[in-house]
Ligand binder design. Structure first.
Ligand SMILES: [Cu+2]
Length: 464
């Protein structure tokens, strides 16, 4: 972590210290800690206050606080930030304390919390504490419950964290712009009894989305649906860290959705139950096992399971366009279209033009096509067996035997026990045996060279 105060240390620090101390003393603002890394930070063990089991924010961090007369004091700074979406691509976003999303705030049920919010954006803002029980005037809706926080001003929010559970924070001020630019963060209120619904690993992240043209850095804020970067905590795979888990750990994953559409979040290898929603913990009798849960806009879900199957298990949004990076859209479907003749003609006009997508799009993931600077290829993640063919809202749960408690280091690729990986079939040493098929199978399959794709333009053959 980088402290803003670090700027004042070193030579000359003594000379100016008196002035700084008296100014800080008068203002009494807690330090605004900033983060300069997009990597997942280790859980922040509470240095004071009541004990709790901290969460791990995927590609994020938890904001340290100051304890003052029994009140937990935090300092959020709303400001423009540069966020690395994945190695090779950075975005000009707005966020808090150096990153977008902002830091996770962790408190305990019953804590009195005071949050100082300093606005370093070029326009007014506010912070709404999504899901909290609090005095109406602390709810952060510009114009309705408070005036906007003008650039350069600091506002104070103060309330008791009454209900334990999973929350978010975001502006209610020019929100179409400010949320499209990445202003959001996670909030966890831990239960007073730190053994209540205790888990071994507790992960959290937000679903968000951006529309950034290939080669540019700043999101288009007027986009309503057609986003091209689908992200977990403003990171796109392969920029998203894996969730590292010890075998047989009880695991909770908390997800909040601040995009403009729903996301069916899907887990491989295990079943889970939804143990928490925006409104709190679900009654145990209301839970059922599933492997996908749909998270609507503005919702939070906490899912739980025992990670007893070792491996590298995929964890992703099941909308297939959401596991693609930019360039995934506005590409015509050319499957089955033989472009060789066209290619010859185009090459006379545009030397080096490439045929794309006539056998599907998989080849586009690894294509040696020149991309504009600061652009992520559609699907760049590589695994031990080759290209993973996904980007966007995708990561892995790496479940390993014998990991120490608190060890979140990437353990590398899973080493499969012998005989447990899908393999190529060979018959008598022949790698590509002709499959035996029913006598009339040929009648149903397309013959080589046969025209199987017919495009009918709507309107031509329609009576209306
Ligand atoms: Cu999705």
């Amino acid at each position: 972590m980088v402290s803003r105060r670090n700027f004042f240390t070193g030579a000359g620090a003594v000379a100016v210290s008196t002035a700084l101390v008296s100014r800080a003393g008068a203002a009494s603002l807690p330090e605004a800690v900033i983060m300069d890394k997009a990597a997942t930070q280790p859980p922040l063990m509470p240095p004071n206050g009541r004990p709790y089991n901290p969460v791990v924010t995927l590609n994020g961090w938890t904001l340290p606080w100051r304890m003052k007369d029994g009140v937990k004091e935090f300092h959020l700074v709303a400001e423009p930030v540069v966020r690395e979406i994945a190695p090779g691509m950075k975005a000009n976003l707005w966020g808090y304390n150096g990153q977008s999303p902002g830091p996770t705030i962790e408190v305990v049920e019953g804590d009195r919390v005071r949050i100082f919010v300093t606005n370093k954006l070029p326009e007014h803002t506010s912070v709404h504490w999504h899901g909290q029980r609090l005095p109406n005037g602390m709810d952060g809706v510009t114009g309705l419950t408070q005036p906007g926080i003008d650039p350069g001003k600091t506002f104070v929010y103060e309330f008791v964290a009454k209900r334990p559970g999973t929350f978010m924070y975001h502006p209610h001020a020019d929100e179409m712009t400010q949320m499209a630019m990445g202003m959001m963060g996670f909030w966890i209120t831990h239960p007073k009894d730190h053994n209540f619904m205790r888990v071994d690993r507790d992960f959290c992240f937000l679903l968000n989305a951006y529309d950034i043209d290939p080669g540019s850095y700043t999101p288009k804020v007027n986009t309503m649906l057609d986003f091209n970067l689908w992200t977990f905590n403003s990171r796109a795979f392969p920029g998203i860290d894996p969730m590292v888990i010890a075998q047989n750990d009880k695991v909770r994953i908390r997800v909040g959705n601040l995009t403009m559409t729903n996301h069916p979040i899907h887990m491989h290898g295990h079943e889970f139950v939804v143990t928490g929603t925006d409104g709190g913990w679900t009654p145990p009798a209301s839970r059922w096992p599933e492997v996908t849960t749909d998270i609507a806009v503005g919702q939070m879900r906490a899912i739980e399971f025992v990670a007893n199957e070792p491996g590298d298990w995929a964890f992703h949004c099941h909308k297939s366009h959401h596991t693609m990076n930019a360039m995934g859209h506005d590409v015509p479907t050319l499957i089955g279209v033989d472009q060789r003749e066209v290619l010859g003609k185009i090459n006379k006009l545009v030397p080096g033009y490439m045929v794309m997508g006539d056998k599907g799009m998989a080849d586009m993931g690894e294509m040696e096509m020149p991309l504009p600077d600061n652009t992520l290829p559609m699907m760049t993640g590589r695994g031990p067996f080759g290209g993973i063919g996904m980007g966007g809202m995708f990561t892995m749960m790496k479940v390993r035997k014998g990991l120490a408690r608190g060890d979140y280091k990437d353990p590398g690729w899973y080493k499969h026990p012998p005989g447990t990986v899908a393999y190529e079939w060979k018959e008598g040493g022949i790698a590509k045996p002709e499959p035996v098929r029913a006598p009339d199978a040929d009648r149903m399959a397309a013959k080589p060279g046969e025209k199987v794709l017919q495009v009918t333009k709507p309107g031509k053959n329609h009576a209306h």
